[in-house]
Design a binder for this molecule. Structure first.
Ligand SMILES: [Zn+2]
Length: 297
């Protein structure tokens, strides 16, 4: 009898033991789901919601401006080797440093001239001629890879870029530290633009919220790093007429959207179009830049 009892106890105990790995799996799954949910709050939306664009913007989009310059503005977020293979959001927004290196090499070899966004403003003002084969690199959000992976490649080819920094997230776990950002600025290759204080989409926001996010981000960056901040990028590409006006009133010279396109003009000066180069390199990339119509992804 005693033996039977102990074997029953053993069976119960081993069943409980079996549950332990399931419990850990459950905890791990919940944590990664939570992390991904949190993370999704601070990354760009996958699709540009064209239906929600202001009427004035739609009118500009459908009109063909005669005074438009053909200037590709490439949009990047992460350039790094993503360690977490399950992090699908980060993977979809990332290109590897090797591909970025090849893209820059392709563009340099083909004679492209790398401009910053403030230089494009001077061209739009009519104060400077557009260089031969102009191109702009823009990197959103200010993640740490701007310092660790992107800056060394910009230095290698000596090309300029413009980075859009979320002023309230500097020093955050996934972002550049203040010291890293200082080094990025000191390189002289990266111009800094504002991207709100907390990465807030600006469409349908109360005026004081929009004003705080836009004006404070400019002020914080200018005062902390003693630099002029002349351009703004709408987080998630989200904006409306009010946001556009707030950006103008804050003293920005131009602003960038995530609307896919290549023609920049006075009409879309406060919602310049951008394109995503993805993994294209070599001929693929050069052919892509010759297109007139671009998809959001
Ligand atoms: Zn962003």
């Amino acid at each position: 009898m005693k033996k039977k009892k102990t074997s029953r106890k053993k069976k119960k105990f081993s069943k409980k033991l079996l549950l332990i790995p399931f419990f850990f799996l459950f905890v791990l799954f919940s944590f990664s789901a939570f992390a991904r949910w949190q993370f999704s709050e601070i990354v760009e939306s996958r699709k540009t919601d064209m239906a929600k664009l202001p009427k004035g913007v739609k009118a500009v989009l459908s009109a063909s401006s005669s005074a438009a310059f053909r200037v590709p503005i490439l949009m990047y977020h992460y350039i790094e080797y993503v360690k977490d293979k399950n992090d699908t959001i980060r993977q979809s927004l990332t290109i590897s440093p090797r591909v970025f290196d090849l893209q820059i090499k392709t563009l340099k070899d083909d004679g492209y001239t790398f401009m910053t966004v403030s230089e494009l403003a001077i061209v739009l003002d009519g104060k400077r001629e557009l260089p031969q084969k102009p191109i702009l690199l823009t990197i959103d959000d200010g993640h740490w890879d701007l310092y660790t992976d992107i800056l060394p490649i910009l230095k290698k080819y000596h090309v300029k870029a413009t980075a859009y920094i979320i002023s309230g997230l500097i020093g955050g776990s996934d972002f550049l530290s203040k010291e890293q950002l200082e080094k990025v600025i000191q390189s002289g290759l990266v111009e800094i633009g504002a991207h709100t204080v907390h990465h807030v989409g600006l469409a349908y926001k109360l005026l004081p919220v929009a004003e705080y996010e836009v004006k404070t981000s400019k002020k914080q960056l200018e005062e902390t790093y003693q630099i002029p901040v002349v351009s703004f990028a709408y987080p998630g590409g989200s904006f409306d007429v009010q946001a556009e006006n707030v950006v103008k009133e804050a003293g920005f010279s131009l602003a960038l959207s995530t609307i896919p396109g290549i023609k920049q003009s006075q009409e879309n000066r406060f919602f310049l179009y951008r394109i995503r180069p993805g993994y294209r390199t070599g001929k693929d990339l050069l052919t892509y830049l010759q297109q007139d119509r671009f998809r959001p992804w």
